[in-house]
Design a protein around this ligand. Structure first.
Ligand SMILES: NC(=O)c1ccc[n+]([C@@H]2O[C@H](COP(=O)([O-])OP(=O)(O)OC[C@H]3O[C@@H](n4cnc5c(N)ncnc54)[C@H](O)[C@@H]3O)[C@@H](O)[C@H]2O)c1
Length: 733
């Protein structure tokens, strides 16, 4: 190799004996990102290359990453948030396109070597190379996830992808925003060669020899007759775009404009001059990036990154990886938590006191691993190896070298304290003890321990394999390193941690509590089951509050309600609605009878009898219920439930459950599915207007009871005409 040239921004360049230039991306302390600095340095290199190629010094260019597990993770999303106008966004897109087209026009063959994550701008860079070679390790995922940020690919992805893989595959990849693995990429022609990671160096050498001798076999896209008809004829393409539009409308609805715009761009750009196609793309990026949906999605994305760096680096550095763990209680949560650990290659002991419960927990874990294998997250062989990492037991054998225990036994303080006392006696002194409790005091559990500083909350949401949020509960007694270990563990499990203080309901369940209660009250006032739920699904929630109560189970909801009532008084006490339903033998989905009826776990529709049963039920907690069904608008339904949720967030911020309103937003998006295109609860509240919400709360308080009384923080923000989340942000009062 010739001398290594340092291009800055983590990029180096060198030329080997065969006159192949090698550009390596290896940014310090972060995945490789195409920031403005990186793009500028890349552009500078291309300028140099043009003359060295003209002089015959370089015969091919290879582009690779020095970072294990990542090729290039995408463009710099933080920079998106700084683009203030459609024209600035359009110009940024056009600049990226210009640089990548410059790469494409080099007069030598170019090869992208993809060994790890390759997303967004990384994929677009690779698409502008002559060839792509990829390893088939699981972390090699290639995709264009831009629609998830409310935009479309902006560095030429909508032009190059259809050219490389055809329209149908391009539509699928761009509209779903989901990356594909190397094997599929190979099958559809997105990459030219797929190799095992351990053979990469050799195969790359061989491939470069073919490239230099211009003997790379032409890739023939074998297309079926149907594909040829659909993609190769005007009428076929019209049908293809119509079907894509219909499916997208059904799946994404009207709240997410980007996928529909992507279809427009692909359609408009088909068959036009390539310059026009690139211009269409940049214009659409300009429009979309400044749309409220995209700004909110970018805000949520940046918050999720921020949540991952919640604790100081010095503290995180003092944590160790969890080498072995244990889960106590093999119920709904325990089995699923053990599966999550095994899926992430952590050996785990799953303990219960009851053989039947243990068997059922093991079956649950096994079926989740099977499902992941059918979804090709890993192979069936890997699934059985992972299952072998879970050891079921009824005693404490093997606990002497665990690094972490998560307690997920029944929700009773005495039982939890007893179990934790037992386990503390058999684990190493450095082991961290975590509880999955939803509503009990973690401090109360720590109290009975010899070493209370090791006790934290690690609160997963149900279903564990799907819900991305985990609340890490920090009791005042906890050691920072124990909290950081929990955070690191959550990150290693691929979840997003939000660190919260130890108060009843923590953050998410506390905020859900008034929202669910109010939905019950609205039903008692004659709101109608389907109507109430439809208002919220129309707003963008994944399900309405009554459906959610069915999922949670009325017994659990009642229990949680009692804890909340005890902690916060009438404001969060449950209405009598749930009690009435339980008395009549309804528990929700689990026994097939809730607000909806279920057969074999599937809903068969709302049950008007459930509505009749609660109609006119007088409320518990505060505030009398209107004797006769009241008339209210959809706006009232939404406002009564959601303004109460916003108000409770203001109380929770006042109590310092979290101190950053952004963490409320990320927790509600990831823990409840609060619509990300609205940016989360408090970003939405800011958009409605804090004064408007205060005024509405006051009006409701006068009509319906003091549970609507605005929180001091909310009042203060309204008085000062401030917002929760919009920058520039001065600290909350
Ligand atoms: N189910 C949910 O939606 C959910 C969500 C978040 C958190 N949680 C919390 O997770 C915990 C477990 O909930 P679940 O729904 O899995 O309960 P579950 O009733 O399904 O399971 C509890 C398991 O604990 C076992 N158990 C009881 N005493 C034990 C002991 N001394 N040692 C070992 N095992 C013992 C029981 O046999 C049972 O298998 C609770 O604290 C609950 O509040 C539940």
């Amino acid at each position: 190799m010739n001398d290594l040239l340092d291009l800055g921004s983590g990029m180096t360049f060198e030329v080997d004996r065969s006159h192949v230039g090698w550009l390596t991306f290896d940014q310090a302390d972060a995945p490789n990102i195409l920031s403005n600095d990186v793009l500028r340095a890349f552009d500078g290199l291309l300028a140099q290359l043009e003359s060295r190629i003209a002089n015959g010094q370089i015969h091919a260019l290879g582009i690779r990453s020095g970072k294990p597990g990542t090729f290039i993770a995408g463009a710099d999303v933080k920079a998106f948030a700084e683009l203030e106008s459609a024209s600035a966004a359009r110009a940024a897109s056009a600049e990226g396109q210009r640089i990548f087209r410059r790469l494409q026009r080099l007069r030598v063959p170019t090869v992208a070597v993809i060994d790890g994550t390759c997303l967004g701008g990384g994929t677009e860079l690779a698409l502008h190379c002559t060839y792509r070679i990829a390893t088939d390790r699981p972390s090699t995922r290639i995709g264009l996830p831009e629609v998830r940020l409310g935009i479309i690919p902006g560095f030429g992805g909508t032009v190059r992808l259809p050219a490389v893989v055809g329209l149908q595959e391009a539509l699928q990849i761009i509209l779903a925003g989901k990356p594909v693995g190397a094997r599929r990429a190979g099958r559809i022609g997105l990459v030219d060669v797929v190799v095992a990671p351990e053979r990469l160096a050799r195969e790359l050498d061989d491939f470069m020899t073919l490239v230099l001798s211009k003997r790379v076999p032409e890739q023939e896209r074998r297309s079926s007759l149907a594909t040829r008809l659909l993609e190769g004829t005007a009428i076929g393409r019209k049908l293809l775009f119509t079907m894509a539009r219909r499916r997208t409308r059904q799946e994404a609805g009207d709240h997410y404009p980007a996928p529909l715009r992507a279809i427009d761009v692909l359609e408009e750009s088909h068959g036009v001059h390539v310059d026009e196609a690139y211009a269409n793309e940049a214009a659409a990026v300009g429009e979309l990036l400044t749309s409220p949906a995209s700004q909110n999605l970018v805000y949520v994305f940046l918050l999720s990154q921020q949540a991952k760096r919640a604790l100081p680096e010095e503290t995180m550095e003092r944590t160790a990886e969890i080498g072995k763990a244990a889960v106590l209680g093999a119920g709904v949560m325990g089995g699923a938590i053990a599966e999550l650990m095994a899926a992430n290659d952590v050996p785990v002991i799953l303990k219960d006191i009851d053989q039947a419960a243990l068997d059922s927990g093991m079956r649950h874990a096994s079926s989740l691993l099977d499902k992941a294998a059918s979804a090709r997250v890993f192979s069936p062989e890997e699934a059985s190896l992972k299952l072998a990492l879970i050891t079921g037991t009824l005693d404490y054998e093997g606990f002497d070298d665990v690094d972490l225990v998560i307690e997920a036994v029944v929700e009773r303080m005495q039982v939890k304290q007893q179990v934790l006392k037992e386990v503390e006696a058999v684990v190493p002194e450095a082991a961290v003890l975590g509880t999955n409790t939803s509503s009990l005091s973690v401090t109360g559990m720590a109290q009975i321990l010899q070493h209370p500083a090791r006790m934290v909350g690690i609160h997963f949401f149900n279903p564990v394999h799907r819900m991305p949020l985990v609340e890490v509960v920090r009791p005042e007694t906890a050691d920072e390193v124990a909290v950081a270990t929990a955070v690191r563990f959550v990150l290693d499990m691929g979840k997003t941690p939000v660190v919260v203080a130890d108060r009843a309901g923590f953050l998410v369940n506390r905020l859900l509590s008034p929202y669910l209660n109010e939905a019950g009250r609205l039903l008692a006032e004659g709101g109608g089951i389907e109507r109430i739920d439809a208002v919220f699904t129309g707003f963008g929630m994944p399900m309405g509050p009554l459906r959610l109560l069915d999922e949670i189970g009325f017994d659990i909801a009642e229990h949680a309600g009692k804890e909340m009532g005890a902690a916060f008084g009438d404001r969060l006490a449950t209405s009598d609605v749930i009690e009435r339903l339980i008395e009549s033998g309804r528990l929700g989905k689990k026994n097939g009878r809730g607000f909806y009826l279920y057969r074999d776990g599937r809903s068969t529709g709302a049950d008007p009898a459930a509505a009749d049963l609660v109609c006119g039920v007088t409320s518990g907690g505060d505030g009398a219920l209107a004797a006769a069904p009241t008339r209210f608008s959809d706006e009232d339904i939404l406002g009564r439930c959601l303004y109460l949720m916003v108000n409770e967030a203001a109380f929770a911020l006042g109590d310092e459950i979290v101190t950053d309103p952004g963490m409320v937003d990320i927790a509600m998006v990831m823990g409840t599915g609060f619509p990300p295109f609205r940016g989360g609860l408090l970003r939405w509240a800011d958009d409605v207007g804090i004064r408007e919400i205060r005024d509405r709360l006051e009006a409701y308080a006068a009509d319906l009871g003091p549970r609507f009384t605005p929180a001091p923080l909310l009042r203060q923000l309204a008085d000062q005409d401030r917002t929760f989340t919009h920058s520039p942000q001065t600290p909350l009062p």
